[in-house]
Design a protein around this ligand. Sequence first.
Ligand code: SF4
Ligand code: SF4
Length: 238
Amino acid sequence: MNNNPFSKKSDRAKVLLARTRDTAMQDVSDFLDIHGLYIPVLAGAMDRFAASLVPLPREAACKNGCAWCCHLRVGVSIPEALVIFHEIRAQATPEGLAFLKQRILNTSDRGDILDEAFWRSTRCPCPFLDLEGTYQCLIYGLRPFSCRAFHSLDDAVCRKGYDQGIEIQVPCFPMYRACVDLYSSVLMQAAAQKGLASFQVGFIRALEILFQDDTASDRWLNGEDVFLPAKLADFTSK
Ligand code: SF4
Ligand code: SF4
């Protein structure tokens, strides 16, 4: 018999997380059934999830311009990649779009961007990080759920990981991360349930595919396995 009260708390947290995931899954599945599998509908689902997130607790060390974590590999669901790509295309000027595309291609040219160790060891910045100015995310309002989930209670630990190019355990609120991350896996699972080739992909490689092939979105929505070259072998939360 287990009398450890912390273990019971952890069990209840797992139940709560599972219920939240089930509710979100049902919600998105109904939403797609009613409105169809289109990019604006996926964008609507993503917006609804993003609007439901609780704010990052104030104990977190994260602040504007702190970006050691923006030198890590980002994993996303394909619906997230599609929505973010189409929002960027709709909102950016032609010059801005060309600039972002070039940054993504340049990042891809630097090495194996699907390999987490590549990002750490080379301190490769995310192409959406404003390196010239504020060190802020250029797509902050659109950023993937894994970026929203990632946080730290100690920025010095993040900096140590960056400086040494090593994988490091960052102190955080694990439940907060899990509660935000789950929306990425819910979108991934919802797309799989609709018969699409759905798995976790490297964010930048998926965007590279979308920037280089105008037909990629439609072909994926029609059931083609377009994003296989971006598939992550290991599951990641950032
Ligand atoms: S996770 Fe770390 S590096 Fe990223 S914003 Fe928070 S404190 Fe800064
Ligand atoms: S998308 Fe934005 S928040 Fe995410 S890693 Fe890139 S710059 Fe950082």
